[in-house]
Design a protein around this ligand. Structure first.
Ligand SMILES: [Zn+2]
Ligand SMILES: [Zn+2]
Length: 177
C-alpha cells in the first residue's frame, strides 16, 4: 500500500518518499524551500557575506592551483571588517552590499589567504583594481595604514616584515620604470 503523510507546511498528503525520513514533519520540497530561505537570510548578514567572500577566495586558489598558506576563517574576515569600520579599503565608502576580500600581496604572487594579508573592499573597487599591485592601488598614507593593520593582526610579525619589503620592492620597481 502507498502510505502517505500530511506535510503541515504545504498541507498536502504526500507519499513517504517525499520526506527525507519518517521522523521529519515537513516534506522534502518544503524543507528545501525553508533551507534556501535560511541561507538567503544568512547571506544578508555580515557573517554570511564573510562566508561567501571566503568561499570565493578558496575557489580562486583551487582554480589556479596556487600553493599558498590558507587558514583564513569567517570570524577573522568579520574582524577585518570591524577594523576598517565597515568601509572599503580603497574608496573608504561604507560597504553595504557584498563583501569582497582583497589580498595585500596578491595570491598569484604567493600572498597567503590569511588574516594579515587581506583587506575588505566593496565589489566595485575589487573588480576595478584586482590585478594591480599595492603601490598602484594605495597612496603612501594608505600603505602605512595597511601596514599598521597587518601589525595589528595578532602573532604574525613575520608577515609584517614580508609585507614591508614587498611594498618597498614595488615602490623601487615603480621608480625604476
Ligand atoms: Zn510540504
Ligand atoms: Zn570601494
Amino acid at each position: 500500500m502507498n502510505e502517505t503523510k500530511k506535510c503541515p507546511k504545504c498541507e498536502e498528503h504526500k507519499p513517504l518518499t517525499a520526506f527525507y525520513s519518517c521522523d521529519r514533519s515537513y516534506c522534502k520540497s518544503c524543507e528545501r524551500t525553508a533551507a534556501n530561505e535560511r541561507m538567503h537570510q544568512y547571506n544578508k548578514t555580515l557573517r554570511g557575506k564573510a562566508s561567501q567572500a571566503l568561499q570565493t577566495s578558496r575557489k580562486t586558489i583551487r582554480r589556479n592551483s596556487y600553493h599558498v598558506k590558507d587558514d583564513l576563517t569567517v570570524d577573522q574576515i568579520v574582524e577585518v571588517f570591524d577594523f576598517f569600520d565597515s568601509t572599503c579599503a580603497y574608496c573608504e565608502q561604507p560597504i553595504t552590499g557584498k563583501v569582497s576580500i582583497d589580498h595585500i600581496i596578491p595570491l598569484k604572487n604567493g600572498g597567503a589567504n590569511t588574516q594579515s594579508n587581506i583587506v575588505v573592499s566593496c565589489i566595485s573597487c575589487n573588480t576595478k583594481k584586482s590585478d594591480k599591485e599595492i603601490a598602484e592601488r594605495f597612496d603612501s598614507t594608505k600603505q602605512k595604514e595597511i601596514s599598521n593593520y597587518s601589525a595589528y593582526v595578532r602573532g604574525d610579525d613575520v608577515l609584517v616584515d614580508v609585507l614591508a619589503s614587498y611594498i618597498q620592492k614595488i615602490i623601487e620597481e615603480k621608480k625604476a620604470s
